[in-house]
Design a protein around this ligand. Structure first.
Ligand code: MCA
Length: 509
């Protein structure tokens, strides 16, 4: 049983329907039957590279057809996809490939010079293939149209088999690979299918990256599961998005608050009519009230906010029909249980009381890749996943989030864990101590800000420190601003007081 079963069924039900269409160059369009054929050929190719069930295949590609084919084909063979942000520099990339023990790695031709030097450090990696998605014919002739001897049968995945590993950072140590199973994916697809009323005649406008839960599982898998059409924009463009949404062709749109805000900021945005789009969702970060009401005023549309995490997929959603409550992430999805506990005593709290959100259900991941201790620590004694988010339930079941117990920054819908950035800054010889915090920001939600003290004899500029970080971290994780201070506030145990820093640095008090 695999999440691919519904896709395969749809290739028989709707062979001539457009499954995928890339809207910007290279323009590409595939019916369900054509996509199925290409996935089969790609499976035969991966089989010829001896990709076995359970093997990891890493993809560090842009949003392209090659990514989608390789992902679906690997999973069809029972292997595990490891999607990686193309922005990861070699340092981070080496860690992900090494930790996951990836056997195959598909990367961008344009990154070849940076990647080739790290390959000798990866003895587990059997093959690294460089692709150029702007020249799709190359992939076609090298891979898809090769004479391959066998049609490979679909591996009979069980719900507990891992389908995808997505790395998430934590408050301690290096990022951990969250193992997401076929069962997790199927249950979440079914819940969302019902909750959001997916139809085979839906047309999804897809503007998100596909190396994350949101763009890959919720949007792309959701549409393939429904037998719907997906129109893909390779890179988000606010003006073009509004033109497409008002064209009457699209019925579903999913985005993060930064994207919704950019759409509101388009000059004369109110002139675009979105009345033929039946569903517009917002997730991955808290939806600011002004964006929620801005959408109502400008487009006459009430955004549907939902709540998810890499480890759990989607947990809650405001209803399709019913009240989409401002500030709330809505009701638990079918099959998902939500409770609020006291962060210290771990006792269950009553409605209205703020505590840590815990989740239980078939959507909850299997564990962190080869990290049994960290997996155990992330579950309560009775098996609920501790999200690290703070919130409260209302008597009618709506969940409202109001902060985090874990030290996490969300910028433009992407998670950044301060310790990762602090570790890099601490490597700079001039830095004596540092603390990384998220300051509220109208564009990004939160802006990565580093507060730094220097060794007395050293000097360095903010620009130099930012450049130092950008050489070692993905650009979205690198500080957007550096604040120098003579010392950092600490408690009696010597721990840096981030709450105090946030007040002083972010609020300028
Ligand atoms: C780009 N930059 C960022 C971000 N994105 N900096 C901080 N946070 C970001 N999210 C950097 C760029 O590298 C660039 O740096 C500079 O900021 C300006 O880039 P710009 O061209 O304006 O950005 P963009 O390329 O237009 O991207 C903005 C974006 C993008 C469209 C909002 O960040 C995005 O697609 N976000 C969605 C992420 C997402 O799908 N999250 C889901 C995670 P420079 O020019 O200096 O190099 S899954 C999840 O969270 C859970 C499970 C859930 O519930 O969904």
């Amino acid at each position: 049983m695999s999440f691919l079963n519904s896709f395969i069924e749809n290739t028989r039900k709707y062979p001539a329907k457009i499954a995928l269409e890339f809207l910007d160059p290279p323009l590409q369009r595939f019916t369900y039957a054509e996509l199925d054929e290409q996935v089969n050929r790609t499976s035969a190719y991966l089989h010829s590279l001896e990709l076995q069930p359970g093997d990891r295949m890493a993809l560090q590609l842009t949003k392209c057809l090659e990514f989608i084919l390789l992902h679906l084909a690997a999973v069809r063979l029972g292997a595990i996809t490891l999607p990686l942000n193309p922005a990861y520099p070699p340092d981070e990339l080496t860690y992900f490939l090494e930790d996951s023990g990836a056997k195959l790695f598909f990367a961008l031709e344009s990154a070849k010079e940076k990647i080739e030097p790290i390959l000798p450090q990866l003895p587990g990696l059997k093959e690294c293939v460089f692709l150029n998605p702007s020249e799709p014919h190359e992939f076609q002739s090298r891979i898809i149209n090769r004479q391959l001897p066998v049609t490979v049968p679909q591996f009979p995945n069980s719900p507990n088999n891992t389908a995808v590993i997505i790395y998430t950072s934590g408050t301690t140590g290096r990022p951990k690979g969250a193992e997401i199973t076929h069962g997790n994916l199927i249950s979440n697809l079914q819940s969302l299918h019902t909750a959001w009323g997916w139809q085979a005649d839906d047309v999804l406008l897809h503007v998100l990256p596909i190396f994350h839960v949101h763009g890959l599982f919720v949007a792309l898998h959701g549409a393939l599961h429904a037998g719907a059409t997906t129109l893909l924009m390779r890179e988000f463009n606010a003006q073009k998005t509004l033109e497409l949404l008002s064209s009457g062709r699209c019925t579903v749109f999913m985005a993060v608050p930064t994207i919704h805000k950019r759409m509101l900021d388009v000059p004369d945005a109110h002139q675009f009519g979105l009345s033929r789009v039946r569903l517009i969702t917002s997730g991955s970060d808290r939806l600011p009230d002004e964006v929620f009401t801005g959408f109502q005023k400008t487009f006459g549309y009430t955004l549907l906010e939902r709540y998810g995490m890499t480890e759990t997929g989607m947990n809650c959603s405001n209803p399709l029909n019913g009240e989409r409550r401002i500030g709330s992430v809505g009701l638990p999805l079918p099959g998902v249980e939500v409770r609020i506990v006291d962060s210290e005593a771990r006792t269950i709290l009553a409605d209205g009381e703020i505590g840590e959100v815990e989740i239980r259900g078939p959507n909850v991941f299997k564990g962190y890749w080869r990290q049994p201790d960290k997996t155990a620590a992330s579950f309560s004694a009775d098996g609920w996943f501790k999200t690290g988010d703070l919130g409260y339930l209302e008597a009618d079941g709506y969940l409202t989030l109001c902060g985090r117990s874990k030290d996490l920054i969300i910028s433009g819908g992407l998670n950044i864990y301060p310790p990762e950035v602090e570790r890099v800054l601490a490597e700079h010889p001039a830095v004596a101590a540092c603390a990384v915090i998220g300051c509220p920001d109208p564009e990004w939600g939160e802006k990565v800000t580093a507060v730094v003290t220097l060794h007395k004899t050293e000097s360095v500029t903010a620009e130099e420190l930012i450049r130092f970080c950008r050489e070692r971290l993905a650009p979205y994780k690198s500080p957007k601003s550096i604040v120098f201070r003579d010392d950092l506030p600490r408690n009696a145990m010597g721990k840096i007081q981030k709450a105090e820093l946030r007040v002083v640095v972010c609020e300028g008090k």
